[in-house]
Ligand binder design. Sequence first.
Ligand code: MF3
Ligand code: CO
Ligand code: CO
Length: 248
Amino acid sequence: MINIKSEREIELMQEAGHINYLAHQYIENYIKEGITTAELDKKINDFVTKHGGICSCYGYEGFPAYTCISVNDEVVHGIPSKRRLKNGDIVKLDFTVRKNGYESDMTRTYIVGTVPKEVSEFVNHVEEALYEGLKVVKAGAKIGDIGNAISNYAHKYGYGVVEELVGHGIGTNMHEEPEVPNFGEKGKGMTLKEGMTLAIEPMINMGSKDVSMLENNWTIVTDDESYSAHFEHTILVTKNGYVILTGE
Ligand code: MF3
Ligand code: CO
Ligand code: CO
């Protein structure tokens, strides 16, 4: 069942989403060569807790950390560890913040130091792909329109669009119906309705779209070891467009 959120519920999601946004702003200053991903994880949790939120990834289906931190060819669900960031890494911070019973989900890809121009362009293009997907969102549009917009944009540059993982509805649960794939056909799939809240999250590889799971049973990596980038916002579908709930 797809939940249409009331005004009050939307306010609560925006409150959770704002903390998520602020935590991303805060952590950006610490993304430097030498810091470990476990240190970033702890800093984010401390920040979120101080602001009255809960890092709800912790314990979700047994996930062992507060945040998902995935480096370079790791696509999603990287487990924070003693791994130290190096100049030239790209690092994805993906986490959910829960407050007053409502969830928010946001991801950004950060660059450590300097990377080759084609890598920084790749990261910018993946952020742009998220906005290409958002552009088509409004009541009456179809789920397939979103994935179609995202994958068309990514394919222009020859990137691989990951198909095994998808965006999702979100609300009192981190993952709700419907699924929001990053590929699809225009005009196909469920109709978007005013008051739906969705996490839209392109996961795109610089090389092939193929991915596998590591032996830790969490982390997804690219098969060709190419870089992967990921951006995610939690949004509200409105009559004429959308509102970002993980924002200022
Ligand atoms: N934040 C992820 C998403 O975008 C879900 C992480 S689940 C966890 O859907 F268990 F790995 F935290
Ligand atoms: Co997420
Ligand atoms: Co998500």
